[in-house]
Design a protein. Structure first.
Lengths: 507, 302
């Protein structure tokens, strides 16, 4: 600052203005203390007439201190001996001090009492100004020190963020990258080095940008402790956990992201689930082989009858071939159901009647002799639809039903119930009268590789996979169990609602 | 002989074609779609034979036969299924049921015809009942003759498939007929059986063999009739049932395995028993690819 403004309050000293100007100060005149508030230029020193102080009321004094904004206050006294009784009283009575104390008790401790200078002429201004300059110098030194500490802290931060094998990035609410570590750069495949302060949109891959955009929108609203999402960038599957960063007033200031590469993990899981799918295919395959035997034997019997018959009357022939045709179609349906199942993602998710899915599931297992003495009861509400991949639903129910049959050791009642839960979801209950789930198994029943079956009889993946499929489709699975009374509940989002959501999302 | 048949199956199409066939064969046939309907019909008329599917909604075939047998003791019965009979052996043993017909592809009408006829007439002995064509026969009078007889039979078999299979089982079956059937030696003390046994005239074993267009067959018949249906079912079940270790629970049994293995090897393993009079094992083996599917259970005890 080349020219320092000096605020002159109620000062009418001849030549003072010229003297100030000649010393490089710029005088700004105001008639009284209240007028200080109207001044809109910063000032270095307040010079106030002792008469103005002497006449000032306590509230004026407060105003003076607020208005001075930390600038030293110099009181202009022509003659130090001739200090006005008003000013003396103000000092004696501590009016000035009271202001000071008032501020201290409010926790804003600036020792303004030090900044009151008494004297005549320019020297007090110079003294006050010098003091101010010294303070500034000190401040500079302090700032330098602080900067150095900051620098050090930043280095430490960089070391920490650089050492961890998780990607870490912070984007502030304005959308600028505040921190991004080496690992995050590698995971996001960023080629440049210096992204600090850059807009995330220009830096991140498009998928990630879209994700950050959504997350930033959300952090101003209600926010869970953290959110987790999987995003595939090229061949890598990234798991991004987002956290909201708050200031001391709990206002959001940025989005903290922890990014991990879970590609291997995902591949392993996918392999596990494929192997479970194969196990299910095995179960279904033997079911299908059994199912085919019936229609095939009918077709064979009908054909043999036709070959043997000497004369065909028309009515007989029609009945015979209608039967053959019907049984051939039945074979085709049976084979198709397996094809649908094994084709990986060949079928688009679509609406399925939940009752039909349950019935289909039963056809794969009912032939097994473990079902010979099991009575199957159905209590279907009818008309309920779920949305998704049919084979996945079959897989879920197949696993639960087979477990139920095992728990009953082939004797008891299996009850399948379907009902609507409002418009939003469909509840399927699979109830059995088997031995029940013991306490130790209850906690672990959905864990992968947990099985109560004998070695070689269960993969231990059935319920784990069912759990995962149900979670992925936005549903829930749980159970209640005591001896002779076990129920598995599967809640699936109603197909109508899901289909509607997709339709509206596509628009 | 009551020639009225009651067929029970939830497969309506199957009921239709089977009843058409059996009516062509000269039987009177009624049909029912489940056990309840069947029991109602049984209450109204007297039937000679109840032929029921195993796996039906509601009461299953085994329970139906048990209930029908309790209500009408003279009613004869058999089961029919498209599934693996081995899976039902424990039930067959439990309910003491000897006849389970299987739905094969091609459908084996001839077998159904024969089984129905046999069960109703109880005229079952003699290989000529099972073959369309001439049969040969010989008597085994000493264990020394067994190998010679087997070689003669095998030499007569029309193709190598039959030769191999009969070679595999005949020794076991004839040895059993001599030691267990004719001489009543204890099956669990095979190591004490004399090496050479000569048979008296009322102990001789009758062997018949022959072949027709579809199959080759051998019958081995003793004159004592000591084997019991429930014994046969017991051994079959022990060998078909897997234990916790995945092995059959009859694996370490001293005997009974031969019977089961023979049944597994030969396409049709038929046991005819007239208690105290004679036991006949009829083995039929089909040409390649004929009547694929599961093997029936065919034990008839008079």
């Amino acid at each position: 600052m080349n020219i320092a403004n000096i605020l002159l309050v109620n000062i009418n000293v001849p030549d003072l203005s010229d003297q100030l100007l000649s010393h490089g100060y710029n005088p700004v005149f105001v008639p009284d203390i209240p007028s200080i508030l109207d001044v809109d230029v910063p000032f270095a020193v307040v010079l106030i007439n002792q008469e103005a102080i002497g006449d000032a009321m306590a509230e004026d004094m407060e105003r003076l201190y607020f208005a001075s904004s930390g600038a030293p206050i110099a009181v202009y006294i022509d003659d130090s001996a001739a200090i006005l009784p008003g000013l003396k009283r103000a000092l004696d009575e501590g009016t000035l001090e009271r202001v000071y104390r008032h501020e201290v008790t409010n926790g804003l401790a600036t020792s303004r009492i030090d900044r009151i200078y008494l004297g005549a002429g320019l020297d007090i201004i110079v003294r006050a100004y010098q003091q101010q300059a010294d303070e500034k110098d000190l401040l500079h030194k302090e700032i330098n020190l602080r900067n150095r500490i900051l620098e050090h802290e930043r280095e430490l931060n960089a070391n920490i963020t650089g050492s961890i094998t998780s990607g870490l990035a912070i984007v502030d609410t304005a959308g600028n990258i505040f921190i991004i570590n080496e690992y995050a750069r590698r995971l996001l495949k960023l080629t440049h080095n210096d992204f600090l302060g850059a807009a995330y949109r220009q830096v991140f891959p498009e998928k990630i940008s879209r994700f950050v955009e959504n997350a930033l929108k959300k952090i101003t609203g209600p926010w869970k402790r953290h959110e987790m999402k999987k995003i595939t960038v090229d061949d890598a599957v990234l798991e991004i956990a987002t956290y909201r960063m708050n200031d001391y007033a709990h206002e959001p200031i940025g989005l903290l992201m922890i990014i991990n590469d879970i590609t291997d993990q995902e591949n392993t899981t996918a392999q596990l689930y494929r192997s479970e799918k194969l196990a299910t295919v095995g179960t279904m395959l033997s079911g299908i082989a059994h199912e085919l035997r019936n229609p095939l034997s009918i077709i064979s019997a009908r054909s043999q009858m036709a070959l043997k018959k000497v004369e065909w009357d028309r009515e007989w022939a029609i009945k015979n071939f209608e039967s053959i045709d019907g049984q051939v179609n039945r074979c085709a349906t049976i084979i198709n159901s397996l094809l649908d199942y094994t084709r990986y993602r060949a079928t688009q998710p679509t609406l399925h009647k939940v009752d039909e899915v349950l019935d289909e599931t039963l056809t794969y297992v009912e032939y097994q002799n473990i079902f010979d003495a099991i009575t199957v009861e159905k209590d279907y509400q009818g008309g309920l639809v779920v949305f998704g991949d049919r084979s996945r639903f079959v897989q879920i129910f197949l696993n639960i039903v087979l477990n139920a049959a095992d728990a009953m050791s082939g004797r008891g009642v299996l009850r399948l119930t379907t009902k609507a839960e409002g418009q939003a979801s469909v509840l399927v209950e699979i109830h059995d009268t088997g031995s029940g789930i013991n306490a130790a198994a209850k906690d672990r029943i959905f864990d992968p590789f947990f099985t109560t079956k004998e070695p070689g009889k269960g993969t231990g993946l059935g319920l784990a996979v069912a759990y995962k499929i149900i979670q992925d489709s936005g549903g829930e699975i749980w159970f209640t169990s005591e001896p002779h009374n076990t129920s598995f509940f599967v809640r699936l989002p109603s197909g109508k609602r899901k289909a509607y959501e997709r339709k509206t999302a596509a628009r | 002989m009551n020639e009225k048949l009651l067929l029970v199956d939830d497969e309506v199409d199957f009921l239709d074609v089977l009843s058409e066939f059996l009516m062509d064969e000269g039987y009177k046939v009624s049909t029912a779609r489940d056990a309840k309907e069947a029991l109602a019909l049984l209450g109204k008329e007297t039937f000679g034979l109840l032929l029921s599917d195993i796996n039906m909604p509601g009461m299953k075939g085994f329970e139906l036969i048990k209930e029908a047998g309790r209500l009408y003791p003279s009613l004869k019965s058999a089961l029919i299924t498209a599934y693996d009979v081995r899976d039902y052996l424990y039930m067959a043993k439990h309910y003491n049921i000897g006849n389970i017909i299987t739905k094969t592809t091609p459908f084996n009408f001839e077998e159904v015809r024969l089984l129905v006829k046999n069960i109703l007439s109880e005229d079952v002995f003699g290989l000529d009942h099972y073959m369309h064509g001439p049969t040969k026969q010989t008597m085994v009078r000493s264990t020394n003759e067994i190998e010679g007889v087997i070689q003669k039979i095998v030499a007569d078999m029309p193709d190598v498939r039959h030769k191999r299979k009969f070679r595999q089982v005949l020794n076991e079956i004839i040895i059993n007929a001599v030691y267990y059937g004719a001489k009543s030696e204890r099956g669990d003390q095979k190591e004490l059986w004399p090496l050479v046994v000569n048979l008296a005239s009322d102990e001789e074993i009758l062997i018949e063999w022959g072949a027709d267009e579809e199959k080759a067959g051998v019958a081995v018949c003793d004159q004592k009739g000591v084997l019991k249906k429930e014994e046969v079912l017991y051994w079959f079940e022990r060998n078909a049932t897997k234990g916790d270790d995945g092995m059959s629970i009859g694996l370490l049994d001293e005997h009974g395995k031969g019977l089961f293995i023979s049944r597994e090897t030969i396409d049709r393993f038929i046991v005819n028993i007239k208690r105290g009079r004679k036991t006949e094992i009829v083995m039929l083996n089909y040409g390649e690819g004929l009547y694929d599917g599961y093997r029936p259970l065919w034990i008839q005890e008079m």
